[in-house]
Structure formats: structure tokens, C-alpha cells
Design a protein around this ligand. Structure first.
Ligand code: SER
Length: 340
């Protein structure tokens, strides 16, 4: 292990993990230590200074971090997404909440070792919102970070609590500690919209319908969408999701007026998205086989996010709106992927 700083990434094998680790390695300024429950893909493992196969809910997993590593940021990405969490709330609580407290506890202890605050970056979600009806959703429009903050799903509850837990660890925990105070944790969180990658597919989410449709259409396969064609929730492309996380990580502490920030890029319905795809792909049938349970989840999420605070505090703006996302990022890459 070199004398360089290290980024610790949990959930390394997930969609965001893959994209973030690739970006961190491209940046080249830090070593990367990866944690995942499963042996990470060779593409990830080969890029990392250390790979830990272990459960984030266990302290012993974090204890395996190379003792000479100097971790400046923990990217705590390990999570069960919203549909998977509804199916198994107990496991959701364990991964999404117990996992976070282990990450925060590690960061707190590690801050004493490196004698500086350790950042913990936590992806939160549109699931942290809860709107009561489609009328309320339409009346709300773009939600800022303080509106409609009563989530209706297990995942949303976990994320909402996670945001608050991180703030507590950053602001208050040390005041009550009787032991010598370590430098502490600097928690920063992004409320993501649905994320779409041209290279990977999500598992267990409720915004999975757009990426699933994209990857099916690119292979000329029909797709039965599990929500209504007029369902509107926010989305962004994976490169912008990674960019946002790294921008927030690098922002000077004095520029941040809050610890939880919305980011967004566009909000197409499945029908609008399919019209864009069909300009470039052979017509792939889009049909609807609506799951009432999953529809209820997306209907409880706002149709758009207000990301003014991120724009103002740390200069956030997406590089891709809907047209750029589809025509310049998704289509060329997904077509090339399945042509191989
Ligand atoms: N993509 C997530 C999900 O569908 C929402 O943050 O669960």
C-alpha cells in the first residue's frame, strides 16, 4: 500500500460501484479499496489496491481494511434497492441501516488514525420522498430537500433515516462522547433520481423499467413495462451520477449549506423515452404489464427534483439532459455493447 490517500468503496460490485471505481482509477490520485458481499468482477478487482469480500453489516468486514491505508473518503454504496427492500424489509434494514452505521463507525475510528475528518458519501434517493396521491404529486412539481419527506417504502425509510444518521454522526455524536474526540466524520449525501447506465443493469429497484427497456430494445427484444406509460419520475445518466458524487465529495466544507442535496437531469415517461429510442433502434415492442405494488411506489415519488441548492453551493449542473443522455450516451454505447 502506498503513502497515497485511499477511497473506500462499499457495494463495489453494484452499478454505481463499477462506474465510480472506473472514474476514481481514471483520476488516478488515490488508491481504491473495494468491499462487496460477492467477489468483485475481475474488471473491478484488477483496479483496486485491496478487495474485501464481506458483509457491510459486520464490523469485522471494515476491520480488514489494510491498517496502513489512509482513507480520506468512504463511498458507502452498498444497498438493497426499493423493490428488493419491499420484498425483504428485515434484510433491507440490515444492509441499508446497519451497513451505514458500520461505515460511519469505521470512518469515525479511522479519522483518529489519519488525524483528519473522514468523508462519508451516501447515495440517498427519490425514495426518501412520499407523496400521498397523483394529485399531490402533480401539485408538488419539483420537490426540494425539505418537502414531502415522509417516505412510503422500506427503502425510502432506510434512506431518510440514513441521511439523518449521517448528519448526527457529523454534527452531534462527538459532543456526547466521553472519550477523547477524534476529528470525526464529514457526511455528505446525494438524493439521486433513477440512474440509467448504457453498460450495466440495476437489480431490485423500482426505476429499473427505463434501463430494462433500453437494454431489451437494444437487443431487439420486446419489453413489458411494469409501470404505466405516463409515469413520470426523475432520471439521470450514470456518468452524471458519478460526477455529482465526486463534485460533492470535493466541495470545500464552507461552501456546503446542507448535508443532503438533490440532483437531477430529466424526467421522461416510458412512452416519451420509447419515442426517442425508436428513432434510432429497430422498433422493439413496448407493452405494459403494470404491477400495482411497484406503481404505488413510483406514484409516491415526485415527478421532478429541485436541485437548486446543489447548483448554488457546489456548482452542480448535469452535462446531459434527456436528448443528450439518449442520443449521445445511451444509444451509441448500448448499440455497441450488444453488437459485439
Ligand atoms: N433506483 C432506486 C430504486 O428504484 C431509487 O433510488 O429503488
Amino acid at each position: 500500500m502506498s503513502g497515497r490517500m485511499t477511497a473506500l468503496v462499499t457495494g463495489a460490485n453494484g452499478e454505481l460501484g463499477h462506474a465510480l471505481i472506473a472514474r476514481l482509477v481514471e483520476e488516478g490520485s488515490r488508491d481504491v479499496i473495494a468491499i462487496d458481499l460477492r467477489e468483485p468482477d475481475a474488471s473491478i478487482a484488477s483496479k483496486c489496491a485491496q478487495v474485501i469480500v464481506g458483509d457491510v453489516t459486520q464490523r469485522t468486514t471494515f476491520e480488514q481494511v489494510n491498517p496502513s491505508a489512509r482513507v480520506d473518503s468512504v463511498f458507502h454504496l452498498a444497498a438493497l434497492l426499493s423493490t428488493a427492500s419491499e420484498k425483504n424489509p428485515e434484510r433491507a434494514q440490515s444492509v441499508n441501516v446497519d451497513g451505514l452505521i458500520q461505515a460511519l463507525t469505521f470512518a469515525m475510528a479511522h479519522s483518529a488514525r489519519v488525524d483528519r475528518r473522514v468523508k462519508v458519501l451516501f447515495p440517498s434517493s427519490i425514495a426518501a420522498y412520499g407523496v400521498a396521491s397523483l394529485e399531490a404529486k402533480s401539485a408538488l412539481g419539483a420537490a426540494n430537500e425539505t418537502q414531502a419527506s415522509e417516505p412510503t417504502t422500506m427503502y425510502g425509510l432506510n434512506k431518510r433515516y440514513g441521511e439523518q444518521l449521517g448528519c448526527y454522526f457529523s454534527e452531534r455524536y462527538r459532543q456526547l462522547s466521553t472519550e477523547a474526540n477524534p476529528p470525526g466524520v464529514d457526511f455528505r449525501s446525494i438524493r439521486y433520481p433513477g440512474i440509467i447506465s448504457a453498460f450495466t443493469l440495476p437489480t431490485g429497484g423500482t426505476s429499473d423499467y427505463l434501463p430494462e427497456y433500453l437494454h431489451a430494445a437494444a437487443q431487439g427484444k420486446p419489453y413489458a413495462c411494469f409501470v404505466r406509460g405516463d409515469t413520470r419520475v426523475p432520471f439521470m445518466a450514470m456518468p452524471d451520477a458519478v460526477r455529482a458524487l465526486l463534485m460533492l465529495e470535493k466541495a470545500a466544507p464552507e461552501t456546503l449549506t446542507q448535508r443532503v442535496y438533490n440532483v437531477t437531469a430529466c424526467n421522461p415517461t416510458p412512452v416519451e423515452f420509447s419515442k426517442l429510442l425508436q428513432k434510432a433502434l429497430p422498433p422493439a415492442a413496448l407493452s405494459f404489464d403494470v404491477s400495482a405494488a411497484r406503481q404505488r411506489i413510483v406514484d409516491s415519488w415526485p415527478e421532478q427534483l429541485d436541485d437548486q441548492a446543489a447548483r448554488k453551493d457546489w456548482g452542480w449542473a448535469p452535462t446531459m439532459g434527456l436528448d443528450e443522455m439518449v442520443n449521445e450516451y445511451l444509444l451509441p454505447n448500448v448499440v455497441a455493447r450488444y453488437a459485439r
